[in-house]
Design a binder for this molecule. Structure first.
Ligand code: T4K
Length: 374
């Protein structure tokens, strides 16, 4: 097998037509309005309100600050039950709010928070659950909702990966008290950098909007110690141009995913996630596979290294577990996190992005197959 001529990364940002983007830039030049709630941002916000069928949303310069501000706006404190199997920003957002993360295990099919473990981890200090729709796979929404209601906890979702996902025909943004979406360049939907909060309580809008703009109510009144987390006009322009292409982006990713799943199913030691329930419209954000070293004949880490020699740059999202990072090692664990550890040691996320050719996917699968030493 020959290596790829050019590197194949785990992802590449979708780029809209350059001429069309330049026309949009010309409009920004003409406006001479670059940030601070400019006309493009207002237009983009309106488009997202229609896309998500809600007025209860606010845009940010990135997802991490959106989550930090969301937690602050909701007044979350004490302990929050969360997953260790996610990107580090999920827990950072808790820490920046002086909230103690309580890591509990994930379920083995889609790697989202295990509701059975959540209930056991509730203490008198627990105020909320922060679950992650990891890889865009919806959490166990109804069960988490019931637990949250029963114990009077707030329910927040890190939906960084879940743009475009619907459950029962309803956007994933409509579940729980609040959801955060990341619009980072590596996401299937992006605005270069960016983020969004959606929330059930319309009363939160004023607070989150104050918090992202220094707490300014008007030129002379600052009503809370806010920060600067505003989305600018260039980000909003990229966002609105990518938004128009979402149906094609998702359709292409679906095609690539189907090809991967068909080809990888025949390789011993490669485990794919189960087919999603019918009521979920997935966004094909990531392509995680589990590598069983004994069956495949090579560990996940060996496969990751071997693929690099073919110019294929996969990622071990999410390894190490957050609780194993130096800055979170002191967090005491009450759960052995068995499934999360297993996932962190075995999962590899394969390249997926809309410009990836089907032939390239076939070739990546050929390489994986050739590396298998069952
Ligand atoms: N919660 C969750 C669950 C998240 O996954 C994230 C972010 C957040 C919260 C926080 O949201 P943001 O504040 O970021 O909006 C990337 C992203 O930077 C990060 O946004 C993302 N999750 C995370 C899963 O992945 P890295 O360190 O893996 O990115 P990097 O630079 O290694 O990029 C990955 C690959 O993408 C590169 O190998 C090449 C390709 N790439 C990347 C960029 C930036 C390009 O081809 N072009 C590009 O412009 O974190």
């Amino acid at each position: 097998m020959r290596p790829f001529e050019k590197p194949i990364y785990v992802t590449q940002p979708y780029l809209p037509d350059r001429k069309a983007f330049c026309r949009g830039l010309a409009e920004i030049w003409d406006n001479r309005w670059l940030t601070n709630n400019g006309p493009v941002l207002k237009r983009f916000t309106g488009q997202l309100c229609r896309y998500f069928d809600t007025q209860n949303l606010s845009l940010f310069n990135n997802g991490t600050l959106a989550l930090q501000i969301g937690l602050q706006a909701m007044g979350i404190s004490g302990e929050v039950i969360t997953t260790p199997f996610t990107f580090v920003a999920t827990t950072h957002a808790l820490y920046w709010n002086k909230i103690r993360p309580v890591f509990v295990d994930i379920e083995p099919d889609y790697y989202t928070l295990d509701p059975d473990k959540v209930e056991a981890a509730i203490t008198p200090w627990t105020t909320a659950i922060l679950a992650v729709h990891v890889y865009g796979y919806p959490c166990k929404l109804a069960v988490l909702e019931n637990i949250a209601r029963k114990h009077n906890l707030r329910l927040l979702y890190d939906a960084a990966h879940a743009f475009g996902v619907t459950v029962g025909g309803k956007s994933i943004a409509h579940f729980g008290d609040m959801s955060m979406f990341s619009f980072h360049a590596t996401k299937l939907f992006h605005s270069i950098e960016g983020g969004m909060l959606t929330f059930a309580d319309p009363g939160l809008k004023t607070t989150v909007d104050f918090l992202k703009n220094f707490g300014f109510k008007n030129e002379v009144e600052v009503v809370m110690p806010g920060t600067n987390a505003k989305m600018n006009e260039m980000q909003a322009l990229m966002g609105e141009m990518v938004l128009r292409c979402m149906p094609e982006i998702i359709a292409k990713r679906r095609q690539l995913t189907e090809c991967y799943r068909r080809r990888l199913a025949e390789i011993p030691g490669i485990k794919l996630t189960p087919t999603l329930p019918q009521d979920i419209a997935y966004n094909y954000a990531y392509l995680p596979i589990e590598v069983d070293a004994a069956e495949f004949g090579m560990s996940r880490d060996e496969l990751y290294q071997q693929l690099k020699t073919y110019n294929v740059f996969t990622r071990r999202y999410f390894y190490p577990l957050l609780c194993d990072f130096a800055c979170y090692k002191s967090v005491s664990l009450t759960d052995p996190l068995t499934t999360a550890r297993r996932a962190a040691d075995r999962i590899l996320t394969l390249p997926i992005y809309s410009e990836l050719a089907l032939d390239d996917v076939e070739r990546i699968c050929d390489i994986v197959k050739a590396l298998c030493r069952e």
